[in-house]
Design a protein around this ligand. Structure first.
Ligand code: ADP
Ligand code: MG
Length: 270
């Protein structure tokens, strides 16, 4: 169906561990894919709101002065259409939008507890804007709670960022089990898009050990591109910019652009 082909592909960044590079990947992969000419939306589904602030979203409404800007909580619980909360961010020819979040989002886990079809709220919310984007990247919180379940139910695929450290693989089987559960119960399209090694330090022997273990586990799904540890990637969010607009020559910006190309090459094949 022609209509269907125009719909965005939804990719969730998931790993219940914090600090593995989900948000950094959501911001920088999204910005790089947008820089390559695709229409991209980042959905910030983490109450910490780091993807929102890292993309320069301002909590105060631009028109209303002191008035609070709309965000994902309003969409999920007050019926505000996604379009009303989405803002265009970064200087990327209007190709990059964010559906922002702030700490209020934490209430969703409790407030939707008794709701029927509570795993489909995000999918239903995004449905009306799916023709307006090529890719939607959902930044998940560091848990396997309802927000992550909503992201996985709305998604076509998952990118799993892994930090190359001793405990990198710990908890991974739980994540894979959750992905399988969502696939079996709510969303049969769901697949693992790729596993991404972040904060890679080639001088560290452990890094190579983790890389080879992951490669064995996820045959063919480990991205060839690895993201090095690069201070620019951690500085850029405080300027509200993706790395490619903060220091486009930095190794962080360059490797996320390379990842975006690898990601887009996979789309053609599948
Ligand atoms: P998560 O979203 O999984 O919790 P983040 O993307 O927020 O992880 O990353 C955790 C911290 O590590 C942040 O302070 C971030 O700026 C930093 N960071 C992430 N990736 C890199 C990298 N490749 N090099 C240096 N710092 C990084
Ligand atoms: Mg995060």
């Amino acid at each position: 169906m022609v209509l269907n082909e125009r719909r965005a592909k939804v990719v969730a960044m998931a790993n219940q561990k914090g600090g593995v590079g989900k948000t950094t990947t959501a911001i920088n992969l999204a910005a790089s894919v947008a820089a390559l000419g695709k229409r991209v939306l980042v959905v910030d589904s983490d109450p910490q709101g780091n993807a929102s602030s890292g993309l320069g979203w301002d909590k105060q409404s631009s028109q209303g002065g002191e008035e609070e800007a709309l965000h994902l909580y309003h969409c999920l619980l007050d019926g505000v259409p996604a379009r009303e909360a989405i803002v265009t961010v970064a200087d990327l020819k209007g190709k990059l939008g964010v559906l922002p979040s702030r700490i209020d989002l934490i209430g969703v886990e409790v407030e939707l507890m008794g709701a029927s079809k509570r795993e489909r709220y995000l999918e239903n919310l995004l449905d009306p804007v799916m023709d307006e984007y090529d890719y939607v990247f959902v930044d998940c919180p560091p848990s396997l709670g309802l927000l992550t379940i909503n992201a996985l139910t709305a998604a076509d695929s998952v990118i799993i960022p892994l930090q190359c450290e001793y405990f990198a693989l710990e908890g991974l089987s739980q994540l894979v089990r959750t992905i399988r559960l969502v696939k079996n119960s709510y969303n049969e399209r769901l697949v693992i898009e790729g596993v991404l090694l972040t904060m890679f330090d080639g001088r560290n022997r452990l890094t190579h050990q983790v890389a080879s273990e992951v490669n064995e586990h996820f045959k063919g799904r480990l991205y060839k591109t690895v993201i090095p540890r690069n201070v620019r990637l951690s500085e850029a969010p405080s300027y509200g910019k993706p790395a490619l607009l903060y220091d486009r020559r930095s190794s962080g910006a360059v490797s996320y652009l390379q990842l975006a190309k690898e990601f887009l090459r996979h789309q053609k094949k599948s």
